[in-house]
Design a protein around this ligand. Structure first.
Ligand code: ATP
Ligand code: MG
Length: 723
């Protein structure tokens, strides 16, 4: 047995963690120190050396992307497929459990998963039905309240009537929401976790089965688990010392969503025989990036305390760019990325990280304008697009008539003459009789109180769904999806829309058929569950990781939160301004400010080679213009690690002789082949080729020290050398 592949590429502390006998273990270590690597190698070790079967291993990570990567790496180490290994996000695994044990979990077989947009819509409608005023009871706040209770494992029935009227009303809403979801077979994200916990807690046979099955349980990013997730892990590993967790208290960034850094302490209490291993060498970043990040995080109180070091060398300084406004910021970043690509860098090694989703638009526009492929993670995801949601709603209704959220979504999309009045009546009946909207629609038709036209339209809608369901019988999943796309009338609806927009939507619908065709049913499904249901759940759980362009080399755009665990050679941390990052809500609250600082630490430590920090002197965001101050985090970085960049030197500074010369050369056309030139970073070289013109002009140069490179003339700032 050759185990060098598994333990060879590890340092001593990592090897100790990977090869330790089965026991509770906490690997507590800073960013880029190889925690995820340890987890992957540990699983491979257990399978190959300890003789565990992949079937008996459970691994939980935070994103689908990370889960996929981990599975790939494990298979790579073992050179066999690890299909039976359970690896996924907490939500994904909870979902899998609930599908297998719907009955024990007291769910209908065809329960549907709602993403947070669906949930918000259901809440809005509920508030409406209960006659709560939207403006006094903002749906988002209600949603936040409900999820916060669930994250703590609290059901409405556990709560006591408070004296406070606001609390009492919230409880009333929560209760009504639970009833509605139960009635309609709807499960939101927080519910997935809570229900999966209850499933294990309340069904000894099920619990026993999984305790026996999962002989080893592993968790990445443990610092961001919430109460219910931890309780679930404890149940699964109860009485055994088989929980292996890795995490970093300095990277806890989901406190606002109920994550409990304290779980790290609880772990140490609950598993008294545990071992702690610390990793201190960082393998990801240059010395400068690492030292700057260490300096920033040192401003937080109450850390568990650890310092990271690297022997990677100092590397370049961190670049700081003060943009005039958000457009200039985007322009700067995109130009830098283009230069990076021109010099041979991969687009996918470059990441733009921002605090809030709304910031992505400026960058997207500039990237689009320059024809640079890019990909936004976690923004408006494919499955979040309105047209996709509409088509999915038809599919959901076919699978479960009582899915009220879907019913409401498409009852009159495309318009079929069912007016607001009829929909209101349906809602009233549903509320009075505690039945689903579908059932209420049938009652309404039977009452014969509607106009003939309205009744026909409504009957037509119900018939459409029933017919689609009938025709779909026996078809392959993608054929079902295609049937719906063709027959539900959405294509005709979008054909009428203004050219481009509508066309794009139709293309997306076609892409949905494609997604269904490519849907890896086997990987997601060990048991024989309904294929359509699995696909629909996948659509709700999927965080945009499997868009069609997975393999295209493209620039990566994402929020700081979704960058967790990832690494890129070139990183832009943008919008470093007070009020944006740190966010406005956090500036007066020490705990939240510290969480923002950890987020900054996470962001900076994503960078391997080059890090740019940018801020705008004026910014238009959410339709408001502001003149923010640079982020306090910038001041927390010692000046010795920073260098200010000026892109438009010619605007604010006199043109230097070299620049003037380069500019005139660019203007007049080109360098001669064989021309000797000097470059600030690459040194001396000879021009080999030229192509393009104007701003696009590129030259290929053979540098003495670094070899052949393509450079953009406009940015290369070449010096012409004599001789
Ligand atoms: P984060 O806290 O950001 O999740 P991490 O601690 O999980 O980081 P990894 O992503 O596992 O760190 O590792 C960071 C980088 O260092 C990866 O590119 C990994 O392959 C590399 N690496 C880890 N350990 C070693 C090692 N012993 N030798 C060489 N490279 C290593
Ligand atoms: Mg990691």
């Amino acid at each position: 047995m050759d185990i060098t592949k598994i333990i060879g590429p590890l340092n001593d502390a990592q090897r100790q963690a990977v090869t330790a006998p089965s026991q509770a273990m906490l690997v507590l270590a800073g960013a880029g120190s190889g925690k995820t690597r340890v987890l992957v190698h540990r699983i491979a070790w257990q399978i190959q050396v300890e003789g565990e079967s992949a079937h008996s291993i459970l691994a939980v990570t935070f994103t689908n992307k990370a889960a996929k990567e981990m599975r790939g790496r494990i298979e790579d180490l073992l050179k066999v497929s690890a299909q039976t290994l359970w690896i996924g996000t907490f939500h994904g695994i909870a979902h899998r459990l609930l599908r297998r044990h719907a009955k024990e979990a007291k769910l209908p077989e065809t329960f549907q998963v709602m993403d947070s947009g669906d949930q918000l819509r259901v809440i809005k409608r509920l508030l409406n039905t209960l006659n709560f005023d939207d403006s006094k009871w903002p749906p988002r706040e209600v949603q936040w309240y409900i999820n916060a209770q669930k994250d703590e494992g609290i059901r409405a029935r556990h709560m006591v009537e408070a004296a406070d009227i606001h609390q009492r009303q919230m409880l009333r809403i929560y209760r009504a929401y639970e009833e509605l979801c139960d009635r309609s077979g709807l499960v939101d994200f927080a519910e997935l976790l809570l229900r999966a916990h209850e499933l294990l807690r309340d069904n000894p046979a099920v619990l026993d089965f999984y305790q026996q099955r999962f002989r080893q349980v592993h968790v990445d990013e443990f610092q961001d688990t919430n109460t219910i997730q931890y309780a679930w892990l404890r149940l699964l590993t109860d009485g055994k010392d088989n929980l292996f967790v890795v995490g970093d208290d300095d990277q806890s960034i989901y406190g606002w969503r109920g994550a409990k850094i304290e779980n790290i302490y609880s772990f140490q209490k609950h598993y008294p025989n545990h071992q702690v291993i610390k990793l201190e060498q960082n393998y990801r970043s240059t010395g400068t990036i690492l030292k700057a990040a260490n300096k920033i995080i040192a401003n937080n109180a109450g850390r568990m305390g650890k310092e990271l070091w690297t022997d990677a060398g100092e590397g370049d300084k961190i670049s700081l760019y003060a943009a005039f406004n958000e457009q200039d910021e985007a322009y700067f970043v995109v130009e830098r990325i283009r230069a990076w690509v021109n010099e041979g860098g991969l687009r996918s090694d470059a990441a733009i990280l921002y605090r809030s989703n709304a910031q992505s638009r400026q960058f997207e526009e500039k990237l689009m304008a320059t024809g640079t492929p890019y990909r936004v993670y976690g923004g408006l995801r494919f499955f979040d697009r309105a047209e996709i949601k509409n088509a999915l709603a038809y599919l959901r209704l076919m699978s479960n008539r009582h899915d009220d959220a879907s019913f409401e979504r498409v009852i009159n999309t495309p318009t079929r003459g069912i007016g607001a009045k009829a929909i209101d009546d349906i809602r009233c009946i549903a509320r009075d009789q505690s039945i689903s909207l579908w059932a209420a629609a049938i009652v309404l038709i039977n009452q014969r109180t509607m106009t003939a036209r309205a009744a026909n339209a409504l009957t037509g809608f119900l018939e459409l769904i029933k017919n689609l369901d009938k025709q779909a019988e026996g078809l392959a999943l993608y054929e079902k999806v295609r049937l719906v796309v063709e027959k539900c009338g959405l294509v005709e609806l979008y054909q009428k829309e203004k050219m481009d927009k509508g066309e794009e939507k139709i293309e997306n619908l076609e892409e949905l058929v494609n997604a269904a065709r490519l849907f890896d049913f086997d990987q997601e499904n060990e048991e024989n569950l309904g294929e359509l249901d699995m696909f629909l759940a996948h659509a709700a759980l999927e965080s945009g990781d499997s868009q069609a362009d997975d393999f295209e080399d493209c620039v990566q755009l994402m929020t700081l939160h979704s960058a967790k665990g990832l690494e890129f050679k070139l990183v832009f941390l943008v919008g470093m301004e007070e009020g944006l990052f740190p966010s406005q809500q956090s500036v007066d609250d020490v705990a939240r400010l510290e969480e923002e600082r950890r987020l900054c630490y996470v962001g900076m430590t994503r960078a391997m080679k080059q890090l740019y920090l940018t801020y705008a002197e004026s910014r238009r965001l959410y339709g408001r213009e502001s003149y923010p101050r640079p982020s306090r985090f910038l001041r927390e970085i010692p000046a010795e690690f920073l260098q200010e960049v000026r892109m438009r030197a010619t605007v604010s500074r006199p043109v230097t002789a070299v620049q003037a010369k380069a500019a005139s050369l660019q203007a007049t056309g080109s360098y001669k082949l064989g021309q000797r030139v000097g470059h600030a970073k690459f040194g001396e070289g000879v021009v080999l080729q030229m192509e393009g013109s104007g701003a696009q002009e590129r030259v290929q140069i053979n540098f003495k020290q670094v070899g052949v490179k393509w450079l953009m003339l406009a940015y290369a700032k070449l010096e012409v050398l004599q001789g």
